[in-house]
Design a protein. Structure first.
Length: 142
């Protein structure tokens, strides 16, 4: 029989905030994936007939994509130092960098990132939405 893991944490960041950030991260990732899905619909051919095959709705499309990322960045910027460190630690646990039993170490390491470039760091993670959900699920379920 496996011994239950004792909680070494009380989350400062709300689970709903983590879930919202995971959703926004997926939306940002999906926008990038849609743009590069097959690589052909956005090509510019220059073989005698120079034409731009990129079809878009102009500024409306670009503004929508930027708003999601801007909202994500603003939400992360509004977090306090403890919440930002926990968010990074949750992503690391979801990614498998740390075990749940190493929560305190993960948060301590995440604090060293500071609070200025947290959004950029997180957005550099290709599966951020999945990792945030996985990390949060492992914390909340325990």
């Amino acid at each position: 029989m496996q011994k239950p893991v004792e909680k070494e944490w009380d989350l400062t960041i709300g689970p709903d905030t983590v879930r919202l950030l995971a959703l926004k991260a997926r939306a940002i990732s999906a926008a990038v994936s849609d743009d590069y899905e097959d690589g052909k619909e956005h090509e510019i051919e220059i073989d005698g007939n120079a034409e731009d095959k990129h079809q878009h709705d102009g500024l409306a499309e670009e503004e929508e994509e930027n708003l999601t990322e801007e909202e994500f960045r603003q939400l992360v910027a509004d977090l306090n130092v403890d919440e930002a460190a926990e968010l990074i630690a949750i992503a690391w646990i979801g990614r498998g960098d740390y075990e749940l039993t190493e929560w305190t170490d993960a948060v301590s390491e995440a604090r060293q990132h500071g609070n200025k470039r947290v959004a950029a760091y997180l957005l550099g993670m290709p599966m951020l939405g999945d990792w945030l959900d996985a990390g949060l699920d492992s914390i909340v379920v325990s």
